[in-house]
Design a protein around this ligand. Structure first.
Ligand SMILES: C[S@@+](CC[C@H](N)C(=O)[O-])C[C@H]1O[C@@H](n2cnc3c(N)ncnc32)[C@H](O)[C@@H]1O
Length: 258
């Protein structure tokens, strides 16, 4: 049975509305991902004084906050598919009267975002949720000014294939890296969700096909400085021993040609 875009969005919106509290501030700049290298170390994003920024899948608003506070973005725009997440963003930014234009929408559609307008589009641990990667990246291209930057992070596609076997105390490949079919997980964090595995090459080639120029692809060493004691348990999904085999996260910086 093929699962339609509409089904994916219905299931994932419902799921994200329930799991939203579990993710509050968890996957946001300055962190690009669990146990991964951070923005202060990488410096992928230039100062944004006088420049607008957009986040796809803005979650609880912590990345937007960082872009305002640390990078001096002049305008914040964000979209997310989850009403609960957008409410978190509104409340979080409202604490400091930070203005933002927010849309309830899937990132593979344009709910009224201006074109050739943004110096920066970011997406931190959200891009992989899109049901249509190619359409999403074409939209990113359309939102950017010539010379504008697109920076995103997502769970490393090889990391998604590794599971831990407690009996043998070894990691093993639990699924094929090559299989890109959407999967319905009936109990992801306790909710039904549709996961959409994609290869690393699929992301890179889709960016190129959208007209973006890939400047950097980062697969970092495990960042021990942010590891807590519990992160050393090998069976934990994001764990130091697992991240020593495969990075948890890949990070991409791309640009729209001048
Ligand atoms: C891990 S969170 C990102 C958190 C965010 N970086 C922050 O600073 O809080 C992933 C987000 O993607 C959103 N999402 C899932 N599917 C989406 C879609 N098709 N379009 C837009 N957002 C989506 C979820 O609602 C969730 O808020």
């Amino acid at each position: 049975m093929t699962i339609t875009r509409k089904d994916i969005l219905t299931i994932n919106q419902k799921g994200w509305n329930i799991v939203a509290p579990q993710f509050y501030g968890g996957t946001a700049l300055p962190k690009y991902g669990p146990l991964s290298i951070t923005e202060p170390e990488l410096q992928l994003i230039d100062d944004l004084k006088g420049k607008p920024a957009l986040e796809l899948g803005c979650g609880s608003g912590h990345t937007l906050y960082y872009l305002w506070k640390e990078k001096q973005a002049s305008e914040l725009w964000g979209l997310d598919i989850s009403q609960e997440q957008l409410q978190y963003t509104k409340d979080y930014l409202a604490q400091e009267n930070i203005p933002a234009k927010l849309f309830l929408a899937s990132m593979d559609e344009n709910p009224g975002i201006p074109e050739s307008y943004f110096d920066l589009v970011v997406s931190v641990y959200s891009l992989g949720w899109t049901p249509d990667l190619q359409r999403t990246l074409s939209l990113v291209y359309s939102y950017l000014k010539p010379g504008g930057k697109f920076v995103f992070s997502w769970e490393h596609p090889v990391y998604q294939c590794l599971e831990y076997d407690a009996k043998s105390e070894k990691y093993f490949f639990s699924r094929s890296y090559l299989d890109e079919n959407p999967e319905i997980d009936p109990s992801w964090k306790g909710v039904e969700i549709v996961l959409q595995p994609r290869k690393l090459s699929t992301y890179i080639n889709a960016m190129t096909d959208a007209g973006l120029i890939v400047e950097r692809l980062i697969e970092s060493e495990v960042n021990i400085s942010i590891a807590r004691e519990k992160d050393y348990a090998p069976e934990k999904w994001y764990s130091v021993p697992r991240a020593q085999l495969i990075p948890t996260t890949f990070i991409v910086k791309a640009s729209k040609p001048l």
